[in-house]
Design a protein around this ligand. Structure first.
Ligand SMILES: Nc1ncnc2c1ncn2[C@@H]1O[C@H](COP(=O)(O)OP(=O)(O)O)[C@@H](O)[C@H]1O
Ligand SMILES: [Mg+2]
Length: 299
């Protein structure tokens, strides 16, 4: 008997490898790679891939009654044969991989903001609006918005994503789909933000990716992870400050203190920064979900 052929690689992104799992399915494998300032570091962050996958699985469960999603399986035992033949084998895949249904992805990133930060704050300072929409005057950095806002952006294949208005989003995907996407994402954010706040974590903003599966708009990609969201400890996000994202704070602080022009190659990370970042990722999963990473696959 010959060993099964490894699943074909579809795409290798900054963080994930995507494999064709056959039957209209993909295997998404989250590595331990980390990027900061859009540059991928040379070192990997222990447990990071498992955190991203465990977190996504947790939220997909929590949101399952609100919106259909792409998840098929997270247990290696349920993956197609060719998975175990991939580099690192089943031991590497365990906990960091999801078998998903391949969706026809919307060409927009569906961002929801509950707080004023990042590029939205920059626009607010310059023009007094958020994605062209009116918001009250006098808001401070990191202040809670009167209502969570749906603030889509383009999905740039290279370079930075560009913020777009809801009208531009409607031009890209159609008026009805844009409205439905906004409704789904706002509902998902609202529930997630309320749950996280019970655990002392503020979800400042987050990026969802939606796609059509069997004609139904579904939640795809990673969901409400530290890489797709800005998580703040509730006690540490006073309006008027610029709280860095909880998880990447040690890394960003250290990088900011280096004589580095933020172009590749990045400086080599010291062990204590790698360890501190890993601890933050694990803690964010455990805080937000109330679960232990040791209980997740691949421990
Ligand atoms: N169910 C799905 N079907 C098809 N494509 C998907 C699905 N879920 C996520 N994707 C796509 O898979 C890719 C995930 O890989 P990632 O490493 O995060 O890439 P990126 O650098 O583009 O974020 C993204 O391009 C995302 O849009
Ligand atoms: Mg991604």
């Amino acid at each position: 008997m010959t060993d099964p052929a490894p699943l074909p690689l579809v795409q290798s992104g900054k963080v994930r490898e995507l494999y064709d799992a056959g039957d209209g399915r993909l295997l998404m494998v989250a590595s331990d790679r980390i990027s900061a300032f859009d540059v991928v570091m040379a070192e990997t962050i222990p447990h990071k891939g498992r955190v991203l996958t465990a977190m996504t699985a947790y939220w997909l469960e929590e949101l399952a009654d609100l919106v259909p999603n792409h998840l098929v399986a997270v247990d290696v035992a349920d993956f197609p044969e060719g998975a175990a033949a991939l580099p690192g084998g089943a031991d590497y895949l365990a906990g960091r991989s999801m078998l998903v249904r391949r969706a026809e992805m919307l060409p927009i990133e569906c961002i929801v903001r509950g707080y004023l930060a990042g590029s939205a704050y920059k626009e607010y300072l310059a023009q007094g609006t958020v994605h062209g929409m009116a918001v009250p005057a006098g808001l401070r950095h990191a202040e809670r918005l009167p209502e969570p806002m749906f603030t889509p952006s383009t999905k740039a294949t290279e370079g930075h994503d560009e913020n777009i208005s809801q009208a531009q989003a409607a031009d890209l995907v159609g008026t009805e789909v844009a409205a439905k996407a906004a409704e789904i994402c706002l509902a998902a954010y609202q529930r997630a933000a309320a749950r996280a706040e019970e655990h002392g974590i503020v979800i400042c903003d987050t990026k969802f990716e939606l796609g059509f599966i069997d004609g139904e708009l579904s939640l795809c990609d990673e969901v409400l992870t530290p890489d797709s969201s800005r998580f703040w400890p509730a006690e540490n996000c006073a309006p008027g400050t610029n709280p860095p994202s909880y998880d990447k704070q040690p890394l960003r602080d250290w990088l900011e203190a280096q004589p580095w022009d933020k172009q590749p190659p990045p400086p080599a990370l010291p062990d204590d920064i790698v360890a501190a970042t890993s601890e933050r990722y694990v803690a964010s999963y455990e805080l937000v979900s109330g679960r232990r990473l040791a209980d997740w696959y691949g421990a």
